[in-house]
Design a protein around this ligand. Structure first.
Ligand SMILES: [Zn+2]
Length: 60
């Protein structure tokens, strides 16, 4: 897991058939992001909702 980023607050965590879904909120711009941790391994980060492009914390 790559939850070493302390700039995020975990909002909720769900176990699904595809893996663990984490909803996190950026502590800087308050953008909600969805992290999918596939059951088969690996790490996929998806962004949901409005994303602040200028945020240096979660802007990619
Ligand atoms: Zn942000």
């Amino acid at each position: 897991m790559t939850t070493t980023d302390t700039n995020y607050t975990v909002v909720s965590r769900h176990n699904t058939s595809e893996g663990v879904v984490l909803w996190v909120r950026c502590s800087r711009c308050a953008a909600l992001r969805m992290h999918l941790l596939p059951a088969i391994g690996g790490d996929v980060a998806l962004t949901a909702g409005h994303h602040e492009d200028t945020c240096p914390t979660c802007g990619e």
